[in-house]
Design a protein around this ligand. Structure first.
Ligand code: RP5
Length: 162
């Protein structure tokens, strides 16, 4: 199976990235995590993106805060699918990163998840890999089923109490 690459603009983004790592590990998906900044280490970010496909990656996740151009900068250098996680932590509480990540001009798409949406970023990456992987597809189906059963159990519980 292809790997998922996770790039964060700073190690201060790690709490958000950990949510993605937890999901990938629960699905037995191989991953690599790197700290590459679009403005502090632009060459390293570019080199990673340019060589990602030949290095066995099938989807990339880029997490960044503030004027978050990391996901767009990664996407500019690969045609692998790129998922952006806007991170909070600034005085604008992530709205700056959300708009910077989601508002990509035509031609270079970034699939943007919610502010701090690390888990959904990993699930989307898994769904992309699952297009060509029946075993992973079954794991995702089982997770959906388990999630639904958890909600139904909460419904049954609330009806006994209210
Ligand atoms: C962005 O600026 C990073 O992704 C991080 O979210 C934010 C602040 O970075 P640090 O000053 O904590 O390194 O580039």
């Amino acid at each position: 199976m292809k790997k998922v690459g996770i790039i964060m603009g700073s190690d201060s983004d790690l709490p958000i990235v950990k949510k993605a790592v937890t999901v990938l590990e629960s699905l037995d998906i191989a991953y690599e995590v790197h700290v590459y900044s679009a403005h502090r280490t632009p060459e390293q970010a570019r080199t990673f993106a340019v060589s990602a496909r030949e290095n066995g990656f099938g989807a990339l996740i880029a997490a960044a805060g503030m004027a978050a151009h990391l996901a767009g900068a990664i996407a500019a250098n690969t045609t692998l699918p790129v998922i952006g996680i806007p991170c909070s932590g600034s005085v604008l509480d992530g709205m700056d990163a959300l708009l910077s990540t989601v508002q990509m001009p035509t031609g270079i798409p970034v699939a943007t998840v919610a502010i701090n949406g690390g888990a959904n970023a990993a699930l989307l990456a898994a769904q992309i890999l699952a297009v060509e992987d029946a075993g992973l597809r079954e794991k995702l189906d089982r997770k959906r089923q388990a999630d639904a059963e958890a909600v139904l159990a909460k419904d049954a519980d609330i009806m006994t109490r209210l």
